[in-house]
Design a protein around this ligand. Structure first.
Ligand code: MV4
Length: 507
């Protein structure tokens, strides 16, 4: 790294803060963490060279406070700010404030963030650049009557979308003309509440598509690399749960076409840094631009594993004005990667967010297993932030082998203290439809009754007792005398087996 960036403020928390701090240290950069009162014991705080307190737990008063973050960066002697994902990562005013303070924003220009944040402007830009967009409007509808006319021209079903939206908020499916006026008003007020702007536009509704996204990297020297697709169809209420790369639905020819479209999309807004172009891939093989995410994404590790690239390192290089450390153009995937998001949610109780202290944590390991976590034993999971505890990512030569490896890793994982999505992921890995790659955005809704049957659904009974037993078992195994030829493996105690059964709940 050149001298322009020596120290980076990481304006985030949890696993992504730790991920960015690790990348900084590998590049010889110093890191500065920030933390709210709720996070003072979090791993990202200790991993950084220094840490700056932000104040009370609510994000508005900590991780979303632009003035506090910029002041923290200046006062701690940083030259750059990495926003991570979520929080301020796609807020043009933050990118601007960072720049105005004489700091480097690790991400695209405020103009690129703005252009992609306005969904109708993004559609106009994509259309001009020859990127396929979903048939529909490129300007918001003036009123409900105008929306009715637009819909009549497009043909039903149509989807009403918030022009400043994203992530599915303010979206309304309309199957017939009779519903449109009411749906329009409802979408408007939802959009107003969520984004402070009520502009609504229409798209033709695509039935049972896959969500497939292309990762790109662009530097300040005009080089662009496309790192193939991620299959992200397994989601629930617009929260992804499992992602993989490559997608079983994408042939090399389709990958080339989607990558070229994504490269054109990035060029159309003068994009610099790591970005993702989301597409709907229809059952007939057509694909359509949906939106562009102008940040590093949660699921970036599956791309890293099949392309052998460190995306956060590349972000830092690009921010420092260096050329990309990977070849320009379309890269080739190798093998298969799967990510399971381990969240503090109870899959047997409608994924109700769970809170509590992680009493015991055994992290999976071994060949091809990566754990990107942000929580350790003793940490409390609260409702102040998203429920992600860690991402479990595996790589193997083939999709089948990766599924087998994920099953194995999920069975090694032990989390005591609060319900998690672990058992859900195991069931998906065993689901014949998933194994056949029969995925689309309706997968979870279609399969959840089947997948989550037999679930006991009770929170762990005695987390402290179970954690104590597991710790005692570890110590006993470590202390016990070894005999030559015994392989060093302790026979599990009855307690350990019981604790594991409880932790996995459906085994
Ligand atoms: C769509 C669509 C079908 N047709 N647009 C959801 C969030 C936002 N990014 C766009 N979304 C969708 N737009 C048309 N014209 C279906 C969805 C959609 C979806 C997309 C990706 C992943 C999961 C989804 C779940 C429900 C709906």
């Amino acid at each position: 790294m050149p001298e322009v960036i020596r120290r980076v403020l990481v304006a985030n928390r949890g696993e992504i803060a730790l991920r960015i701090i690790r990348a900084c240290h590998e590049e010889g950069l110093e890191s500065v963490a920030v933390y709210s009162d709720a996070d003072r014991l979090s791993p990202h705080v200790r991993a950084a060279n220094t840490a700056v307190p932000l104040g009370p737990p609510p994000a508005r008063e900590s991780y979303l406070d632009i003035a506090k973050l910029v002041a923290a960066a200046k006062e701690s002697g940083c030259q750059a700010v990495h926003p991570g994902y979520g929080f301020l990562s796609e807020r043009a005013p933050f990118a601007e404030a960072v720049r105005d303070a004489g700091l480097v924003f690790v991400g695209p220009s405020p103009a690129a963030i703005r252009a992609m944040g306005d969904k109708t402007e993004a559609r106009r830009r994509m259309q001009a650049a020859g990127v396929p967009i979903v048939p529909g409007m490129t300007e918001p509808a003036r009123d409900a009557a105008a929306a009715r006319k637009d819909a009549a021209r497009l043909g039903y079903p149509v989807l009403l979308k918030a022009a400043s939206g994203g992530g599915g908020k303010g979206m309304r499916l309309v199957r017939s003309e009779g519903e449109i006026e009411h749906a329009f008003t409802a979408a408007q007020s939802e959009a107003q509440k969520a984004f402070g702007a009520d502009a609504i536009y229409l798209e033709r509704y695509v039935e049972r598509p896959r969500h497939v996204e292309i990762q790109i990297l662009a530097d300040t020297h005009g080089r662009v690399s496309a790192l193939g697709e991620r299959e992200c169809s397994i989601q629930r209420r617009h929260q992804k749960l499992i992602e993989e790369a490559p997608s079983v639905a994408v042939t090399p020819a389709l990958r080339r076409r989607m990558s070229e479209a994504a490269t054109a999309a990035a060029g159309a807004v003068g994009y610099v840094g790591a970005g993702t172009i989301e597409f709907l891939l229809a059952p007939d093989g057509n694909f359509y631009f949906l939106e562009m995410n102008t940040r590093i994404q949660v699921e970036h590790p599956v791309t890293e594993l099949v392309y052998g690239v460190d995306l956060v390192r590349e972000q830092l290089r690009v921010a420092a004005g260096l050329p990309l450390g990977v070849r320009a153009g379309l890269l080739e995937p190798r093998g298969h990667a799967i990510e399971c998001r381990i969240t503090a949610e109870d899959p047997f109780n409608d994924f109700l967010p769970a809170t509590g202290i992680v009493r015991y944590l055994r992290v999976p390991g071994g060949p091809g297993v990566r754990w990107d976590g942000g929580v350790e034993a003793g940490n409390e999971v609260t409702l102040f932030y998203d429920p992600l505890i860690a991402k479990l990512i595996v790589w193997a030569q083939s999709r089948e082998a990766a599924i087998g490896r994920m099953r194995r890793a999920l069975r090694e994982l032990v989390i005591v203290g609060l319900p998690t999505s672990q058992a859900f992921h195991l069931r998906v890995m065993d689901d014949p439809e998933f194994r056949r790659g029969e995925l689309d955005i309706t997968y979870l809704e279609r399969r959840s009754t089947d997948l989550l049957r037999r679930g006991v659904g009770e929170p762990l009974g005695r987390p402290l007792a179970v954690a104590a037993a597991l710790l005692a078992d570890e110590r006993r195994a470590a202390a016990r005398p070894r005999l030559p030829g015994d392989g060093g493996t302790a026979a599990p105690s009855a307690w350990l087996l019981q604790a594991r059964r409880e932790a996995l709940r459906d085994e």
